[in-house]
Design a protein around this ligand. Sequence first.
Ligand code: GDP
Length: 613
Amino acid sequence: MQAPAIGGVQAPRGGGKAIKLPQGASLTDFAEKIGANPASLVQIMLHLGEMVTATQSVSEDTLKLLGAELDFDVQVVSPEDEDRELLESFDIEFGEDSGGEEELAVRPPVVTVMGHVDHGKTKLLDAIRNANVVAGEAGGITQHIGAYQVQTEVDGEDRKITFIDTPGHEAFTAMRARGADTTDLVVLVVAADDGVKPQTTEAIDHATAAGVPIVVAVNKIDKEGADPQRVRAQLTEYGLVAEEYGGQTLFVDVSAKQGINLDGLLEAIVLTADAELDLKANPDMDAQGVAIEAHLDRGRGAVATVLVQRGTLRVGDSIVCGVAHGRVRAMLDENYKPVEEAGPSRPVQVLGLTAVPSAGDNFLVVEDDRVARQIADKRTARKRNAELLRARPSGSLEEIMERLKKGERQELLLILKGDVSGSVEALEDSLLKIDVGEEVNLRVIRRGVGAITQDDVNLAVASDGAVIIGFNVRPERNAQEAADREGVDIRFYSIIYQAIEEVEAALKGMLKPEFEEVQLGTAEIRAIFKVPRIGNVAGCMVQSGVIQRGAKARLVRQGTVVADNLTVSSLRREKDDVTEVREGFECGIGIGYQDVKLDDVIECFEMREKPRD
Ligand code: GDP
């Protein structure tokens, strides 16, 4: 059915039909969905007052506006929904254990350690790991791979526990923000000599928000002044009531430093998990899970630590992890020992990926390499669209031009590349906190791990002058050449605060200079002469300050400004042209304004740039 033409343009009408479009879709994507010609949609948008090209990513509002005009119910799908649909198109369901209840087997709890700074989180993680290594693998060298698993005996049974090796709630919330719920249980560390502190309660809030049970480790009981009972009393206020006081929460007194009662803590974790959680997963399916840490290793390529959440991961499996894909070439555990397979709750380092995934990316095993590549390619394309959307100055073209004209707002676009996911995110966080006021914005349009590539340079060029920041990474050779050729600014840092300082300076540099008016002097008109070719020249007496040739001027009559934006175009003493005349002297002033009268005052001033602090 053809529409009544909109502004003379023909396009199909939707009759209220729903269509789904991804965030960052273009008019071409829209046209494809409704079987229209992209050019006609460009024209319709023009009639609606927005100038966009057919292939440019447009905002959700624009898609909806166009939808409303053509009577389509446009639904812009979130990246998560879109990804689910992508996987469904390959007949894959992510996040669900396949099979029925009988397929499920008990899996170990995954634990994150949180608490106030200096209460001993790191020390406790180290102590638990080391105690276990000595008991188990004599001589094994433990490596920090982002998570580790330990074994403990509870009621005569061997039980396993997985610890996420990055303490604190920052990593925990960052993962949750990305939709990855990795943690089953939180160990809240509270120093017995210090008690409940701000980050203790923050940690409780985060754990509660995630619906995750808490075991309290009362640490540093070896210290003088340690008062474990006080910690129990304090925490009742936050709803954590110790078992011995009739509550549900297990409190365990430990010393991370002296290795006291670590077994007691492990037991409490297992008991709490058994009592409050029903942790089961199907070990007999294609593995799925989440990447918790990743970096680029010089010799081994992309290295990612993944946490298997269901199924069993095996060497040789084809996997997709975020935009990376590949075949599992080898797997290593926290002792750097090769592993052939990893079941639910097992963290392993995976070698063989084509690229470095981000922390929080999901991973899954697929049928074969071809499927893995197709999914990764689709995700890459989508990520790229999203980046281009971010790179686009926000607002309609008119708005942007208007702003540029007024010089109202400026934006610094950044592409961040770093050696490990964690440092890139930390850098981004700090950069986004820089605030130099409303007029200047900072936007990160891409973040990633690994060397600066030609594609990064291309994105910088496409987004009209984005700056690339390399944190502990260098550009690939062709990338450097491309950057030199295209004039893309690449900056290298290895210390976060240096990066922050320079970016802040750059942002300040983008601020439009602010000017203030500085009075130079005033002169009163005592006589008016007509001079051929110049017009009226005022014979004046300088009353204050100095009158300068070329300076700005305004004409004031009886206290009212009658003409502004004038310039002292001629200045004479007697018959001579001069550059300035001081207070108390007579002179002739031409200000290019004819309607001057006796007793008018000429104010002379200049605009000076205000220094910024
Ligand atoms: P985090 O900031 O919570 O990770 O704290 P750390 O693990 O870095 O520990 C902070 C300080 O407390 C370090 O100097 C540790 O050696 C010390 N510490 C940690 N646990 C204990 C403990 O059980 N007893 C004593 N005396 N000191 C401890």
